[in-house]
Design a protein around this ligand. Structure first.
Ligand code: CTP
Ligand code: MG
Length: 225
C-alpha cells in the first residue's frame, strides 16, 4: 500500500516557532511517531512525505535517526492541505492503484489501524477512519446564536487514514480545482463528486495534534503504551 503523509503545514494553532511536526512528544518529534507506526504497519511499502523544502533538512535528520527500511519519498507541499495532497497524488508511482492519506499530525495512529484501512480499501473505492462524536454538536451562526442541533446518532468525527482508489481521487481533486472547492479532507471531495465513502471505526486516541494541550495528552498516551 502507498501512503501519503501531508506534513506541509505550519502549525499556526500550535503557536510554536516551527512546523509542529518537529515538536517533541516523549523525546521524539511528532513526525517520528507517525513514521514509526507506518514502518511497523506490514501493509505499507511506500511512504511519501508531502512537505515544505524548508523542513527537509530537519525531516531527513529525523528519518536518519529512525533507521527505517521502507521507501520514503519527499514531495513538495502546497499552501493548503488540499494542494499538498494534490501534489502527493501526482507523485505516486504509476502502479499505485490505491492510496492511504494520513496526516503527519495524527502521530498516535497504530500500525493496526493502518493495516485495517489498507485491507478495507481493496474492497471499496473510498473510506475514512472515524469515531462517533461524544459531545452534542451545535450549528452556530456568526452572531453566536444556535441554529440547529443535529442528531448525534448520525455524527462521526473524521480522522485519517483516508483511503481511496487513486484514479477516482485524482478525478475528484481535478474537479475540485476547476470548481474552486475548498475542503479540509479528501473524503469531502469524494462526497461532492457523488461518490461513496465508508467509515472504518478509528481509534479514540488517534488525535490530531493541533494545540499545546494536545501535546500534553499525546505525551500521556504514548507514556502509557
Ligand atoms: N498540511 C499540509 N499542507 C498544508 C497544510 C497542512 O500538508 N498546506 C498538513 C499538516 O502538516 C498536518 C495535516 O495537513 O499534518 C493536518 O493539518 P493541520 O492539523 O491543520 O496542520 P497545520 O495546517 O500545520 O496547522 P494549523 O492549521 O494550525 O496551521
Ligand atoms: Mg491547517
Amino acid at each position: 500500500m502507498y501512503l501519503l503523509i501531508p506534513a506541509a503545514g505550519s502549525g499556526k494553532r500550535m503557536g510554536a516557532d516551527r512546523n509542529k511536526l518537529l515538536l517533541e512528544v516523549h523525546s521524539q518529534p511528532l513526525l517520528a511517531w507517525t513514521l514509526l507506526a507506518a514502518e511497523a504497519a506490514s501493509s505499507i511499502s511506500w511512504i511519501g512525505i508531502v512537505s515544505q523544502p524548508t523542513d527537509w533538512d530537519d525531516f531527513k535528520a529525523i528519518i536518519a535517526n529512525l533507521n527505517l527500511k521502507k521507501t520514503i519519498e519527499f514531495i513538495i507541499g502546497g499552501s493548503t492541505r488540499q494542494e499538498s495532497v494534490y501534489n502527493g497524488l501526482q507523485a505516486l508511482p504509476k502502479e499505485a492503484n490505491h492510496v492511504l492519506i494520513h496526516d503527519g499530525a495524527r502521530c498516535l495512529i497504530t500500525p493496526d489501524l493502518f493495516n485495517k484501512c489498507a485491507e478495507s480499501i481493496l474492497h471499496c473505492s473510498g473510506l475514512i477512519a472515524g469515531v462517533p462524536v461524544k459531545d452534542t454538536i451545535k450549528i452556530v451562526d456568526d452572531q453566536g446564536m444556535i441554529q440547529d442541533t443535529p442528531n448525534r446518532a448520525f455524527l462521526w468525527a473524521a480522522q485519517t487514514p483516508q483511503g481511496f482508489d487513486v484514479k477516482l481521487l485524482k478525478k475528484c481533486h481535478d474537479q475540485g480545482l476547476r470548481q474552486g472547492w475548498e475542503v479540509t479532507d479528501d473524503a469531502a471531495l469524494f462526497e461532492k463528486c457523488g461518490l461513496e465513502v465508508k467509515i472504518i471505526p478509528g481509534e479514540e486516541t488517534n488525535l490530531k495534534i493541533t494545540t499545546p494541550q494536545d501535546l500534553a495528552i499525546a505525551e500521556f498516551i504514548i507514556k502509557n503504551r
